[in-house]
Design a protein. Structure first.
Length: 95
C-alpha cells in the first residue's frame, strides 16, 4: 500500500505488493490537520501543519529503498518535536 493516513499516536506502515520492488519516493508526507484522501490527494490545513520538509524527510529515511516500512504518527516524526497545534486532533498522511 503506497498511501496511508493515520490518527495521531497510531503506528503506520507502507508496503509494496510482493515481488514489486521497493519504495522509491515519497511524494507527500504531512502531519497536522490533513484534508483529502489517497484517491484525490492530500493537502494540509495551513493553521495546523508541521514543517513539511521535516516530515517528508523523516518518512523518506524510514521508507525509501525498502519494500515496507513502519513509523509512528506522533510529533516524533517532526525533527523539532513541536506540536503544530496543541489540543487539535492531528493525523499523518503519506503518499
Amino acid at each position: 500500500m503506497r498511501c496511508r493516513s493515520g490518527a495521531y499516536d497510531s503506528q503506520m506502515w507502507l508496503k509494496c505488493a510482493p515481488g514489486t520492488g521497493v519504495i522509491e519516493t515519497i511524494e507527500f508526507a504531512g502531519f497536522g490537520v490533513v484534508e483529502g484522501d489517497c484517491t484525490g490527494g492530500f493537502k494540509m490545513a495551513p493553521e495546523c501543519a508541521a514543517n513539511a520538509s521535516q516530515v517528508r524527510a523523516a518518512v523518506r529515511r524510514a521508507c525509501v529503498g525498502r519494500s515496507e516500512c513502519r513509523f509512528n504518527a506522533t510529533t516524533d516524526i517532526v525533527a523539532d518535536g513541536v506540536d503544530p497545534c496543541f489540543g487539535t486532533r492531528k493525523q499523518l498522511a503519506v503518499l
